[in-house]
Design a protein around this ligand. Structure first.
Ligand SMILES: Nc1ncnc2c1ncn2[C@@H]1O[C@H](COP(=O)(O)OP(=O)(O)OP(=O)(O)O)[C@@H](O)[C@H]1O
Ligand SMILES: [Mg+2]
Ligand SMILES: [Zn+2]
Length: 263
């Protein structure tokens, strides 16, 4: 119920739309399973419209120039938020001569395996906190072909890029260095993420779901330097199931999946 409340308020642009959904609870309580269920639900949801070729499966309405937005908003009865990613911006200017109505739009579904709308961040080695896992990198092989500030050298394949308009999941979130979590703060607070290299921030709109066990939460919470991120968290406790009939259901589920004879 608490998880549904989070999504409900976030969908109405409540404060939750700028906060991280954080599941905490003891080992084996079902945190990962809940997130898996959410991701599977997303895979079954209807496809979205996206700009063709955009690594972030961008909202096509980002094409609408700022001065025309009030008119479009009135016509479509929606609010247009956010701006083109550097790659689409470049293509709009160079391939379509700025004529935004010529930019092709496709439908696109969600897929865990093909990293479409679902980005996963596993805990990383604290000595190797490479932010390319989060926000992509510069493709060195293309640096001979294009100038340094050309968006065509960007590989926007980080978890925030692929999880745009969907879910970005942080597994065992507080095993990561705090520095690594700063992207979470800008993504929630400013709805934008850093661009690899020196480019301007890139608009991001998605759900950030994190989980970890209680020991890590307590350690993280006790450090007051973490206040900025603590402020952006909606914490939901995932306790052990303590009712016998509910526990029986868990075992039945696990047994149903297992092969009960050696093969
Ligand atoms: N309330 C529950 N309902 C259904 N299945 C459950 C429940 N609690 C635990 N399980 C089952 O127990 C197993 C362990 O759950 P899961 O891996 O999701 O836990 P976790 O909280 O992510 O643990 P960890 O802290 O080790 O990551 C899974 O097979 C899961 O399906
Ligand atoms: Mg888990
Ligand atoms: Zn784009």
């Amino acid at each position: 119920m608490k998880i549904v409340n989070y999504f409900y308020s976030a969908s109405m642009k409540g404060e939750e739309s700028r906060q991280v959904l954080y599941l905490v609870g003891p080992v084996g309580a079902g945190k990962s399973s809940i997130v898996e269920a959410l991701k599977r639900a997303l895979e079954q949801s209807p496809p979205i419209y996206a700009l063709k070729g955009c690594p972030m499966r961008e909202e096509p309405l980002h094409l609408v120039p700022n001065h025309l937005r009030p008119e479009f908003e009135k016509l479509l009865k929606v609010q247009i938020e956010g701006d083109l990613c550097p790659i689409c911006k470049y293509r709009l200017m160079n391939e379509y001569n700025g004529e935004y109505e010529r930019f092709p739009v496709v439908t696109s579904n969600f897929s865990i395996r093909s990293r479409k709308g679902i980005g996963v961040v596993p805990p990383v080695d604290p000595n190797n906190q490479d932010t390319s896992v989060l926000t992509g990198s510069i493709d060195i092989s293309k640096m001979d072909l294009y100038p340094e500030d050309d968006p065509r050298i960007l590989s926007l394949n980080g978890a925030f890029n692929v999880g745009n308009r969907g879910i970005v999941e942080f597994i065992e979130v507080f095993k990561n260095d705090v520095e690594y979590l700063h992207t979470i703060i800008t993504a929630t607070q400013e709805k934008s993420i850093p661009s690899p290299g020196k480019g301007p921030m890139i608009y991001f709109d998605g759900i950030i779901i994190a989980h970890s066990n209680e020991a890590e939460w307590n350690k993280f919470k006790s450090d007051h330097t973490n206040e900025a991120i603590l402020d952006r968290i909606v914490k939901i406790e995932v306790p052990y199931c303590l009712e016998l009939n509910e526990e029986v259901k868990i075992y039945e589920k696990i047994l149903k999946r297992a092969i009960l004879r050696p093969i």
